[in-house]
Design a protein around this ligand. Structure first.
Ligand code: HEM
Ligand code: MTE
Ligand code: MO
Length: 464
């Protein structure tokens, strides 16, 4: 074996920029990666964050580095080893170290847990959101699940625990496919935070996406477990994602909803024809068409039926709507029902507020969706803050009446007259019950920052 020169961490730390060369450590090895900076698929600036120090904490964030071919590249740049006197670094021991890699286009709200949304420019480019771009809302680390060992446990009416393997669910139940939009209750919270900060995730307009889900019907599986329709209780779901105290994510839906032949609540193992990705609940998640994201429990491993809603924090103390007058001092969570179906929603994805437009032809684009299977029948768009309106063209999949689970994309081809200084683009959607979006955001403010469906507004300068 070749013997390498020995360095202290202090010597390594002096090589923290290109002028002094860029050194990093991994385990006991020292690398000079200056010549690799321009070659790095993740960009030079990312490597510079670790310059002069250890890679481990950064590779804990970007876990896709833990692959053999990456190790091989790194070994090409080895120049030495740490001196034996150097104490080892505390291991990152990061509960998020096993989270999956994600698409760089996603706008990250928080990395741990991973919460990210597609940028507006991409959000309405696809009727079916590509899996990699689908918004991701995780409360906890993504669990590592062995699909062979995985079992879904369901408590039968007699109290027995029945367990189903993935194979059972795929082979013994007919596969249903449902195109359904998922929206987080906190979608568009950034606008509420601008009224008054809720200190919660500042989602822009992208905490919503649309996919075709494939799986067994929950109804069929519950019937197999011995349940009959016509009971007035709740179905509770538990995920495999745990916090340090061992508490798992959980939520519930009404039993009637779970058993309804008109809703197709799924135990989904496919997303847009692919195996369910880890971020979206691999190997199995609940899909409750028309209902708020929080009930679509990912990594679902346990289902119970009973007279009460789920006892989980997320069913009892979150995802409920309150008056603007309610404060953290006065809030009584038992007074408000858990959000299930969601109100009519729409937003403008193009042009984005970061751009300017020119006089002449202008394309305005966006999405619209309503909860509970209510079809979006119209989207009105204004370029002048709501004085004059034009009707957008809707596109999307035809779905049965009362089962319009998927969003509509919309587009308006319009004209900006010369001399216009600024556009104040506004959109509002109407559903089949003629529910409309409220104009102002201020009266919708609430401590949890949920349920914002005010007219969406984008101001853009017009530059000749
Ligand atoms: C959520 C702040 C300590 C556990 C949150 C949120 C904030 C916050 C602002 C809301 C995040 C969101 O929903 O977007 C703080 C502050 C702390 C603190 C300022 C100062 C001590 C703790 C501790 C624990 C904890 C000690 C537990 C050991 C949680 C949990 C959530 C949460 C479980 C919900 C996470 C989720 O729904 O994704 N905290 N926290 N927090 N916090 Fe804390
Ligand atoms: N299920 C589990 N087990 N853990 C979670 O953190 N987040 C919920 C829901 N199901 C969550 C979960 C919330 S609040 C939303 S909005 C959706 O998942 C997001 O689904 P997605 O990440 O597939 O977009
Ligand atoms: Mo959510």
């Amino acid at each position: 074996t070749t013997s390498f020169p020995r360095f202290t961490r202090e010597e390594v730390a002096r090589h923290h920029n290109e002028a002094n060369r860029v050194w990093v450590t991994y385990g006991n090895d020292v690398f000079d990666v200056t010549n690799f900076l321009e070659l790095h698929p993740g960009g030079k600036s990312k490597i510079l964050l670790a310059a002069g120090g250890a890679l481990e904490p950064f590779w804990a964030l970007y876990a896709m580095h833990k692959q053999d071919h990456v190790q091989e590249i790194l070994q090409e740049y080895k120049i030495g080893e740490l001196s034996p006197e150097e104490p080892p670094l505390p291991s990152p021991d990061d509960p998020y170290a096993n989270d999956p890699p994600r698409h760089p286009a996603l706008r990250v709200n928080t990395l741990k847990p991973y919460n990210a949304e597609p940028p507006p420019e991409l959000l309405a480019e696809y009727f079916l959101t590509p899996n990699q771009l689908f918004f991701k809302r995780n409360h906890l680390p993504v669990p590592v699940v062995d699909p062979e060992a995985y079992r879904l446990c369901i408590q039968s009416p007699s109290g027995q625990t029945l367990s189903f393997s993935l194979q059972d669910l795929k082979q013994n139940f007919p596969k249903y496919e449902v195109t359904a939009t998922i929206q987080c209750a906190g979608n568009r919270r950034a606008e509420l935070n601008a009224v008054q900060n809720t200190n919660r995730l500042g989602w822009n307009i992208g905490a919503i996406s649309n996919a075709c889900w494939g799986g067994a019907r929950l109804r069929d599986v519950l019937m197999q477990a011995g349940y009959q329709p016509g009971y007035d209780g709740h179905v509770s779901f538990e995920g495999l994602d745990k916090d340090h105290s061992g508490t798992v994510y959980g939520a519930s839906i009404p039993f009637q909803k779970a058993m309804s032949p008109d809703v197709d609540v799924l135990l989904a193992y496919e997303m847009n024809g692919e195996e369910l990705p880890r971020d979206h609940g691999f190997p199995l998640r609940v899909i409750v068409p028309g209902v708020v994201g929080a009930r679509h429990v990912k990594w679902v491993a346990r289902i119970t039926v009973g007279p009460e809603e789920s006892k989980s924090h997320w069913q009892q103390k979150d995802y409920k709507g309150f008056s603007s007058s309610v404060t953290w001092e006065t809030v009584d969570f038992s007074k408000a029902p858990a959000i299930q179906e969601m109100p009519i929603q729409s937003a403008i994805t193009e042009p984005s507020s970061k751009t300017s437009v020119s006089p002449g032809e202008l394309k305005v684009k966006g999405y619209a969706w309503s909860g509970g299977g209510q079809r979006v029948i119209r989207v009105d768009v204004s370029l002048d803050g709501g004085k004059n309106w034009q009707e957008a063209t809707l596109t999307g999949e035809e779905q049965l009446p009362g089962q319009a689970w998927a969003w509509k994309l919309w587009q308006l081809d319009t004209f900006v007259p010369p001399g216009t200084k600024e556009l104040n683009i506004v959109c509002k959607a109407v559903d089949t019950s003629y529910n409309v979006q409220p104009e102002r955001v201020e009266p919708l403010w609430n401590i949890l920052g949920v349920l914002n469906n005010a007219w969406h507004q984008v101001r853009v300068p017009v530059e000749e």
